[in-house]
Design a binder for this molecule. Structure first.
Ligand code: HEC
Length: 337
């Protein structure tokens, strides 16, 4: 009798446990629909922020492209998995939508192609794509989100599509400069207005291979003579000596809050960058064929300040408060030479 009773008790426990597991599994699968990303861009945002895409679950895209700093960070080099610093400065991931050349050396031609780079890069996130897809497929929320949005389980094409679709949303065009263009005259200070005229004047910044287009950045690579023996930009890919020192002419949206500057983070402030252009002696490297326009600046200190004020006016509304940070502003500069 006791034996039968024990047997029943055990069976009841087993059944109860199976039942509980079943309920848990079903309820996990039926996570509240409202919590799941509803669109490709929303899914991409979640993936962008999630360290699940790094080998050791410690690094996400947003570790280096931090939303609070215009999707860049404030360091010369960022840290990937295992605390290994990146070889180049992290650029902003905002305002990527009008562009067709990505990375400092232009090695990716679409945002989708770009996105797989950091996931698999051994020093950034270090996760082979098949492993990333396996993780997402086993993750109930992600699997359901992919099914709901694309009617297909996760695959690597959809993964990079979601991330790219999210990045394309990061271009609100609501800076003081945009408000000025929309007719709000007082959106720009007098200094920023003078800087704007200077910026768009012929032979200064707004030339074709340099800072042209609505984002003030061309999809082209030029050399300013800033390179090191271990990183000569496009030359590292082509081995063509004409490409020595060529790096991407980055766009200038949100530039005031994404210091430090250049591919190697060697310029700490915008004043330092403009003073660099304003110093002809910087354009004498024997291996580099400079565009004549890079060597013809002769700006006064006031003009340098005005250009910086204009670049500050390219800051999105949500980041304007960062311009108050002392590290982003510089007082009067010593003269260029
Ligand atoms: C460990 C830091 C780090 C992580 C993590 C990282 N990035 Fe980057 N990102 C960089 C650096 C550094 C560059 C420039 C590298 C180069 O040009 O060689 C870059 C370049 C880019 C660019 C090109 C910008 C331009 O102007 O050409 C985009 C877009 C971008 N990253 C998006 C992403 C996405 C999406 C992820 C996640 C899947 C990601 N990054 C993860 C550091 C990082």
């Amino acid at each position: 009798m006791k034996k039968i009773f024990l047997h029943y008790r055990r069976t009841t426990w087993v059944l109860a446990t199976i039942g509980l597991l079943f309920v848990l599994a079903v309820s996990a699968d039926l996570a509240p629909v409202s919590d799941l990303p509803q669109s490709s861009a929303e899914l991409g945002e979640r993936l962008f922020m999630d360290p699940i895409l790094s080998k050791d679950f410690t690094v996400s895209c947003s570790s280096c492209h931090q939303p609070e700093f215009a999707f860049a960070d404030t360091m010369t080099f960022s840290m990937g998995i295992n605390g290994v610093p990146t070889g180049r400065n992290t650029p902003t991931a905002t305002y990527m939508n009008n562009h067709h050349v990505f990375f400092w050396d232009g090695r990716a031609q679409s945002l989708e192609e770009q996105a797989s780079g950091p996931i698999t890069h051994p020093h950034e996130m270090g996760l082979p794509l098949p492993e990333a897809i396996d993780r997402l497929t086993k993750h109930t929320d992600y699997r359901n989100a992919f099914l709901r949005i694309y009617h297909r389980p996760p695959d690597s094409m959809l993964l990079v599509k979601a991330i790219a679709d999210f990045e394309r949303t990061l271009a609100p065009y609501d800076s003081p400069y945009d408000r000025f263009l929309a007719g709000e005259d007082e959106a720009l200070s007098e200094s920023a207005k003078r800087g704007m005229l200077l910026f768009f004047k012929e032979q200064t910044c707004n030339n074709d291979p340099c800072h042209s287009g609505p984002d003030m950045g061309a999809d082209s690579l030029v050399s300013l003579g800033i390179f090191s023996p271990t990183d000569r930009g496009l030359f590292e890919l082509t081995k063509d000596s004409a490409d020595i020192g060529k790096f991407k002419s980055v766009h200038l949206r949100n530039i005031a809050i994404t210091a430090p500057y250049m591919h190697d983070g060697s310029k700490k402030t915008l004043h330092e960058v403009v003073r660099f252009y304003n110093t002809p002696a910087n354009f004498t490297h024997e291996n580099v064929h400079y565009d004549a326009r890079t060597v013809t600046f002769q700006m006064t200190d006031q003009q340098v300040d005005d250009l910086v004020a204009f670049m500050e006016s390219l800051t999105d509304q949500r980041y304007l408060h960062l311009l108050e940070r002392p590290s982003q502003r510089e007082g009067p500069e010593p003269s260029a030479d």
